[in-house]
Write a protein that binds this ligand. Structure first.
Ligand code: G3P
Length: 212
């Protein structure tokens, strides 16, 4: 499972990169809006920091304008992946970008049917939003399981990128289900490392050594 960081904060990206676990970054308009300064400069900086895919979302709602934004975005760096919401217009845009050899991340996916259509349109990744489904009383992880089965049934090459991850349990379950990739906030990445038995074990080792 590839691990991406879900942020536009360059300091967080550097912190996660130092741990050696991060293979890409995903942003969205809300995350980029939080960062002060010119968003294009921020995106350029992220793309320099990370060798892997960096997802950046288009803001336009109609295909010609989405394509124009995508054309501008891919000029920023070769590792840009164009994030496109799964709407009727978004699917047309994904198909056009696929025809032009541009990688896409179909976002705001809340059903297996949306993901299947995005895969048919040629999306490189589909991003099911696990946490937001849980928030409305549905089972986000069930969607990951369904997608893994459906994509395997039809030998689809689109990668399932588990998104809207809120906990270590989401991470663990997504890995068990075989998600191709996952994008997590820094807080979850740091929580993945922590274990109380590691802390107490280390304290005991050091205390025993001090008695020597
Ligand atoms: O970047 C998409 C997704 O990961 C957003 O997560 O926590 O805002 O639902 P969240």
């Amino acid at each position: 499972m590839k691990i991406f960081l879900d942020t536009a904060d360059i300091e967080q990206i550097r912190q996660a990169k130092a741990l050696g676990a991060i293979e890409g970054v995903t942003t969205n308009p809300s995350l980029l809006a939080k960062e002060p300064g010119d968003w294009k400069k921020i995106v350029r900086q992220i793309c320099k920091e990370i060798d892997g895919p960096v997802s950046v979302e288009v803001l336009a709602l109609d295909p010609p304008a989405m394509l124009a934004e995508a054309r501008d975005l891919v000029k920023i760096a070769p590792n840009i992946v164009i994030k496109v919401p799964v709407t009727l217009e978004g699917l047309k845009t994904i198909k056009e970008l696929h025809n032009r050899g541009i990688e896409t991340n179909a976002t705001l996916v809340f059903s297996a049917n949306q993901a299947l259509l995005a895969a048919k349109a040629g999306a490189t990744y589909v991003s099911p939003f696990i946490g937001r489904l849980d928030d409305v009383g549905q089972d986000g992880l069930q969607l990951i399981q369904d997608l893994m089965t459906i994509f395997r049934n039809y030998d689809l090459s689109t990668q399932v990128l588990a998104a809207s991850i809120r906990s270590c349990s989401h991470f663990h379950q997504a890995a068990l289900l075989g998600a191709d990739a996952i994008t997590i906030p820094l807080s979850v990445l740091l929580d993945l490392v922590r274990h109380p038995l590691t802390d107490s074990g280390l304290a005991k080792f050091l205390a025993d050594w001090a008695k020597k």
